[in-house]
Design a protein around this ligand. Structure first.
Ligand code: G16
Length: 545
């Protein structure tokens, strides 16, 4: 590295000293912490993003400032690779090292070694697009990121404004594919493919209203823009954040999925209505309805990521069946995590689909879904998408020419092509996922209640346990068993045995300072009781904080 380059990093890093006693890790989805602690981290991730761009021939890299479903006082930063996917995991250890470097000198030395090891030609200059969610702390963190990016001499930082996380990933992917890549292009793409799918519905019925909880975040605001151009969908948006509500507080996909109660702003007036929730940066989507007044108007029937996955799988399988023998050759597969409800796994297996499991974190699921012609991945928390392989897509596009227009086969192929355009190929996206759910429900002529009948979820319960050191929990690769602390898995197995259809596991969260407990059993009381005994075990093995 040239002296001028070293001087540039030394000078700017003086502006962002690392706070005392902070140890950060790139985690499930980037760095997350209280926003007041993050300037130095975001500045350093700015440097990393420039280097990543340079390593990949100055392709555009994305840097997103968000703490997604976490509380409003937190913030975070994650990197989108030029493909639009998550930062290559190979670079995560470097991210951890530089985020924790205790002095400008150590920082420079780590960067110098890395640049040499990875043979990064630093002369050309990279390009990084910077997005942020609606958190107020995002503005100053974005300035820190800009300074980090530009401290790699010749690199350019482009502020693309307040966006959902999936919008930034989509834009980065489009830019590197040489396509139109502005936010309006993103909307235009959703609108065109949604309208195409609506136009292909065999018997169109009047669609009922959807009520959307925007989590007081960026997703509701973007949805408002989107629906202005869509006449085939009636959406009422609540919790836009404009009426004083706090981001993710008593609202949003994470809250609804974990608590299984209505978000603020919903109640008795909504009994039976089709409702949906986004999370804070709109990369997660869940649906729900309030079953009856007798539940007091706050308990919900939840249609989580597993149910969305099942609906998508059903629709895609139906189109492949219409195409016939050639369509049936398509390798359609599903990727889930240990959190997937056992009933959903049984359902997709009964449909004849291949199911594989991955570790929590979309970066792990995405990788496995890419191995299929059409790979559908979803975490139960509502984060997921459908990936179409290049090869299968070009086969589909070829078939569009072979089949006569208006024929069943032509329509089925056209639907699949439109789905591949509508659903975000870079990352799970609540806006595009919602449009696809809506169009499939219209296609099937189904209500949300009818969709919910696809299968009955096994009762489940999730709890968080605060412990002095969550890294003391080490699990197997699919996170279904704990290897450490020694002896805890035997104790958990002992609890599981007491319950019919019992299943439980523990894992350290990668986004919060907690150990997560998941339990499933044949009744809700049993699932609650299993979760609580496993949580007790966690406390007794690790201590409470
Ligand atoms: C992030 C990841 C998800 C993961 C979630 C919870 O979501 O993108 O893949 O499921 O964190 O992770 P953990 O259990 O490790 O805390 P988001 O929506 O917060 O970006």
């Amino acid at each position: 590295m040239e002296e001028t380059q070293i001087a540039s990093i030394l000078k700017t890093s003086e502006l962002y000293p690392i706070p005392q006693s902070i140890k950060l890790s790139y985690g499930t989805a980037g760095f997350r912490a209280d926003a007041s602690l993050l300037e130095s981290t975001v500045y350093r991730v700015g440097i990393l993003s420039s280097l990543r761009s340079l390593k990949l021939n100055s392709s555009t890299v994305g840097l997103m400032i968000t703490a997604s479903h976490n509380k409003v006082s937190d913030n975070g930063v994650k990197v989108s690779d030029p493909s639009g996917g998550m930062l290559s995991q190979e670079w995560e250890p470097f991210a951890d090292q530089i985020a924790n470097a205790s002095s400008p000198k150590e920082l420079v030395s780590l960067i110098k070694d890395f640049v040499e090891k990875k043979e990064i030609a630093i002369e050309k200059g990279g390009e990084v697009w910077l997005g942020r969610d609606t958190r107020l702390s995002g503005e100053s963190l974005l300035r820190a990121a800009e300074i980090g990016v530009r401290s790699v001499l010749g690199s350019v930082a482009v502020d693309v404004g307040v966006l959902t996380t999936p919008q930034l990933h989509w834009m980065v992917r489009a830019k590197n594919k040489g396509l139109n890549a502005t936010e309006s292009d993103y909307f235009e793409n959703l609108i065109t493919s949604f309208k195409c799918l609506i136009g292909l519905i065999p018997v169109k019925l009047e669609s009922s209203k959807l009520v959307l909880d925007g989590a007081n975040g960026v997703g509701g605001l973007k949805m408002e823009v989107l629906i202005r151009s869509l006449s085939d969908i009636d959406v009422e948006i609540r919790n836009t954040g404009r009426d004083g509500g706090v981001l993710n507080e008593g609202v949003g996909a994470d809250f609804v999925q974990k608590e299984k109660v209505v978000p603020l702003g919903f109640g008795l007036k909504d009994v039976g209505m089709r409702c949906a929730s986004f999370d804070g940066d709109a990369d997660r989507l869940v649906y729900f309805y309030i079953p009856s007044e007798s539940c007091g108007g706050d308990k919900v029937e939840l249609l989580d990521g597993d149910k969305i996955l099942s609906l998508f799988a059903l629709f895609i399988k139906e189109q492949l069946n219409i195409i016939g023998d050639e369509g049936k050759k398509c390798r359609l597969g599903v990727v889930q995590t240990a959190y997937a409800n056992g009933a959903s796994t049984d359902y997709v297996k009964e449909m004849g689909l291949e199911v594989v499991f991955a570790k929590t974190g979309v970066k792990h699921l995405h990788e496995k879904a890419e191995e299929f012609d059409v790979g559908i991945y979803f975490e139960a928390n509502g984060h997921g998408t459908i990936l179409f392989s290049e090869c299968f897509l070009s086969w589909l596009v070829g078939k569009q020419k072979d089949y006569s227009e208006g024929s069943d086969k032509h329509n089925a192929v056209s639907r699949l092509v439109a789905v591949s355009n509508l659903i975000n190929q870079a990352v799970g996206d609540a806006l595009s996922g919602l449009l696809l759910v809506e169009v499939i429900l219209q296609h099937m002529g189904w209500s949300v209640q009818k969709w919910n009948e696809l299968y009955k979820d096994l009762p489940s319960k999730q709890v968080k346990v605060e412990v002095p050191d969550r890294t003391a929990v080490v699990t197997t690769s699919e996170e279904t068993e704990a290897l450490k602390p020694l002896g805890i898995q035997d104790a958990i197995n002992g609890e599981i045995k007491k319950y019919q259809r019992g299943r439980a596991f523990i894992r350290p969260s990668g986004t919060e300072d907690v150990v997560r407990v998941y339990a499933e059993a044949s009744t809700q009381e049993a699932a609650d009781s299993l979760a609580s005994s496993v949580a007790q075990l966690v406390k007794s093995f690790l201590g409470s904080s």
